[in-house]
Design a binder for this molecule. Structure first.
Ligand SMILES: [Zn+2]
Ligand SMILES: [Zn+2]
Length: 176
């Protein structure tokens, strides 16, 4: 859905969309959309702002990515609020003195006559995901010796010789 500044200058635009997997391209980010992305909200041009667009709303989606430890699928359920500000790109060129120190608010920029909601969502989804993508906190990862996924059971490989000492230490902690 394209949010046109011209239209927004006349009225607020409410949106309520369900975006099926595949429409937004996440492939470059090694992400997959696992189900429909539902988004609802309102876009407006802030009065007396020279075309600054504000977008407020909320979206939900389930994403999957490769687990950093075991290479299995890691799932992320996102339910995120949106409150975003976009200024026209031309404002930077015209007035380089403009300081961007709004503090708590993040300012983005748009080119020409508006902004595509899909692009905003793509960016927001990527920002909402954790830096480390793991299938679960306790993921055991892959055995460096035999390459087996240790979540599926103990492969029986002996770890380095210090293993028994570590076990003794752990038992000590337990009895304290
Ligand atoms: Zn994992
Ligand atoms: Zn192993």
């Amino acid at each position: 859905m394209f949010l046109s500044v011209k239209e927004l200058e006349l009225r607020k635009i409410r949106f309520d969309e369900v975006i099926e997997a595949g429409r937004i391209d996440f492939s470059g980010a090694e992400l997959e959309q696992a189900g429909p992305l539902a988004v609802k909200g309102v876009a407006e041009v802030i009065p007396w702002s020279n075309g600054e667009i504000r977008i407020q709303g909320r979206y939900t989606v389930e994403m999957t990515a490769q687990c950093d430890r075991c290479l299995g699928r890691a799932r992320f359920s996102l339910d995120e609020g949106l409150d975003l500000f976009y200024r026209p790109m031309s404002m930077i060129a015209r007035d380089e003195e403009v300081e961007i120190d709004e503090g708590e608010t993040e300012i983005g920029f748009y080119e020409k006559d508006g902004i595509e909601l899909d692009d905003i969502l793509r960016e927001q989804v990527m920002l909402a995901l954790p830096m480390q993508r793991v299938c679960r906190e306790e993921c055991q990862g892959i055995c460096p010796v035999c390459g087996k996924n240790r979540n599926e059971g103990d492969c029986g490989c002996k770890k380095e010789g210090t293993d028994d000492r570590w076990r003794a230490l752990r038992n000590l902690n337990l009895t304290e």
